[in-house]
Design a protein around this ligand. Structure first.
Ligand SMILES: [Zn+2]
Length: 89
């Protein structure tokens, strides 16, 4: 299958990765909220890890956009992901 012109495959891949990382992080945060009185240190740790993964994915995407110059291929996805509400830490 020929790649669609104007769409950067690498950017797509990085966006998907970031999307997954965001979903993963919010799932963990939801779980922790449901278990607020539990205060499970392992769950804190998973959230910290998920945050790092998300941050790394975001940096990788932005670096790619800057180096490859493929910002404007598709406009449905903001170049900088919307800020996720800064929950409690
Ligand atoms: Zn690109």
């Amino acid at each position: 299958m020929a790649p669609e012109p104007g769409i950067c495959e690498e950017k797509k891949r990085l966006q998907e990765e970031l999307g997954r990382a965001i979903v993963q992080l919010s799932e963990l945060q939801n779980l922790q909220m449901q278990d607020a009185h539990g205060n499970d240190p392992a769950s804190d740790e998973r959230i910290v890890t998920a945050r790092q993964i998300k941050k790394a994915a975001k940096i990788a995407l932005i670096q790619h956009l800057e180096q490859h110059g493929c910002w404007a291929d598709e406009l449905e996805y903001p170049p900088y992901p919307p800020k996720v509400a800064t929950g409690r830490r």
